[in-house]
Design a binder for this molecule. Sequence first.
Ligand SMILES: [Zn+2]
Length: 381
Amino acid sequence: MKRLIVGSYFDGERLHADGPYAVIHDGSAILGIEPSEGPAEAAFIMPSLVDAHIHVFLDGAELDPARRKQAMAADGDSTLAVATANAEAAWRAGLAVLRDAGDPRGINHGLREGLARSRHPIRLRSPGPALHRPGRYGSFLGAAIADDREAAATVAGLCEQADDIKVLLTGVIDFVSGEVKGRPQFDGDTATAMVATARQRGRPAFAHCNGAEGLGIAIAAGFDSIEHGYLMDENSLRAMAGQGIAWTPTLAPVAAQRRLAPEISGFGPEVLARLDTILERHAESIARAAQLGVMLYCGSDAGGQGVPHGDGLIDEMLLMAAAGVPMATLLAGATALPRARWGEPAAPIRKGGAFAPLILPQSPFERPEALRHARRPPPGE
Ligand SMILES: [Zn+2]
């Protein structure tokens, strides 16, 4: 039996700030937590992190467009090696559950099997391909549905291997106009059929969705979560709060676009100003979502240009904190909330929970940037 003396901790749902506490454990399970005398060996501990939106087959640290294109066409073995390195980077940054959001060749399924075979402690949830309309946004992420009447059968087939079903419901935001590109890819009836088919098989469905028209369809269909959700509006937020639909706002990929050097992005001053407006408006919507009690997931969109795996989630969390999301809401959205909603093993800092904490050098409630310095206890500690 060992004791780890901590200054304060977040159990997955709430902060315990009246430390120091002694976390009594046997190296694998928490046997109890009780008030203690100082000095603390760890300033702050919390459960390991969940990234709700990644593309594990893509290296987000690669900025060069030509090399990114080459990587898309690389053979399966070298892409699987990239994906494995991405999962390792995520683990080092303090992540333990990753939800992949689609790749066209099933590298995500292959990596999930490889991680399980090697008994790696990180968990990858894999949808296989993301579903989209032929000729519309998403061909680099998934499989196309040409006929709406086939949508439910396609979802049913994917459910045999998928942990989640990912639907590309709309296009992306046009950084010149600030509007969403094109009409929604699927109508209300088709989206509802896809969600219902997934739910019957115990799989959450999540939707890439931007703009009011797509949001209306996604909310009526009852997706587990809405991804991106740019051009969010008050009515949609109220409906999401009422229906328990979570939101993964992914500030990080757009912030990364804003940071790209002009010679890489080709963005002129007008596009940069537009990006600033989009990011400001999105930050306001996220703060409003937190006020209204919309469940917020933290998802980095890692793999996107300029968003590295692991560190990208910390960027996302700091952007959400800066937008005004209270730290307890933010940490719950990156730990206990998604685990509970997806049926992942719970990992609370609580008697009976696994002893697998992240140790931070300072409380993120005092200094959010402390999230950048998470480490795990060395084996045997
Ligand atoms: Zn994505």
